[in-house]
Design a binder for this molecule. Structure first.
Ligand SMILES: [Zn+2]
Length: 313
């Protein structure tokens, strides 16, 4: 049976949750891909799947944060790739070109107040509750927005790093991104531009002319190049981190993918490993994913609305 998703969400909303489960604020909706119906059978399947799991391994991606107002790259029609010709910063270009770094930071600086203010939504909060209840063994996210840690999630690997931290490429020191914002402000007191939109990595759109006047600080200790502690495209994920996540996966008895199309191999590899170890997989994502053939089933719906109504026992 198929029926419209909204009435279902309204009739099943769990009272007493910390966040509103069914309402997506105006303006934020524009980043969430269309999903008008949900397969009720698939929802029941997911409920049963999660109830059976005792050590759940969760993989999350950009689709989990769209309901917090952060656009993703790949969603049909609303993702950044569909709406603009902008592409994310490449690692090699960042390292090679001071101009590219200047452009990157100028945009990042403008986007930071908005990007850093995003709050976890009902999906992040539901997963955190499941962790508290002992259902979730480990969570690995491809997101760099810190929303899982803002929700209080403990057993967490940020596979692609976190935009709230800054790494010195010279001495390896890690510092809060917020501190760098203050240094930017001090170095560029009269610099200003109108930001036109924020990408998943905190990037925004600014005229080239304005970028030329933006001053970028280097590491206070060694003068080295600063970089967000985020895996850029073309960069590789730390091997020890990958090994660590593989170990957590091997301790798990079920895998839930939430809000990721798994197009990037760094996340997809854990689904391959799960299949090899015969760990059952369920996928919750609007649109198809690279791992559909590895999953027992897939639910195509908004993460926040589904996760906040499911009660895994
Ligand atoms: Zn340094």
């Amino acid at each position: 049976m198929r029926f419209p998703w909204r009435p279902l969400a309204l009739c099943c909303s769990a009272p007493g949750r910390r966040a509103s489960s069914s309402s997506v604020p105006e303006g934020i909706q524009s980043f969430v891909p269309a999903s008008s119906t949900i397969d009720a059978h698939a929802l029941e399947q997911l409920q049963a799947f999660l109830s059976r799991a005792t050590r759940l391994f969760v993989v999350t991606g950009a689709g989990l944060s769209t309901e917090s107002g952060i656009p993703d790259y790949r969603s049909e029609g609303v993702g950044l790739y569909a709406r603009t010709d902008r592409r994310p910063m490449q690692y090699a270009e960042y390292i090679r070109s001071a101009k590219s770094r200047q452009r990157y930071w100028a945009r990042n600086y403008m986007g930071w107040p908005q990007f850093s203010s995003h709050q976890p939504n009902s999906a992040h909060l539901a997963l955190q509750q499941w962790e508290e209840q002992g259902k979730v063994h480990w969570l690995v996210t491809q997101n760099v927005d810190a929303l899982h840690s803002k929700a209080g999630h403990q057993g967490l690997t940020e596979l692609h790093g976190c935009a709230h931290r800054v790494l010195c490429l010279g001495c390896g020191a890690v510092s809060p991104r917020e501190d760098l914002q203050k240094r930017f402000k001090a170095l560029n007191p009269s610099w200003g531009a109108q930001a036109g939109g924020v990408a998943p990595d905190g990037d925004v759109f600014i005229e080239d002319e304005q970028v030329l006047h933006f001053r970028v600080p280097s590491c206070k200790d060694c003068g080295g190049i600063l970089k967000p502690e985020v895996t850029f495209f073309g960069d590789t994920v730390n091997r020890r981190t990958v090994q660590f996540v593989h170990e957590r996966l091997a301790e798990s008895d079920a895998v839930l993918v939430a809000g990721s199309s798994l197009q990037v191999y760094s996340g997809y590899r854990f689904l391959l490993a799960a299949a090899e170890q015969k760990i059952p997989v369920a996928i919750l994502n609007i649109g198809s994913t690279r791992a559909d053939h590895l999953a027992e089933f897939r639910v195509s719906a908004r993460c926040g609305e589904v996760l906040s109504v499911i009660q895994p026992h």
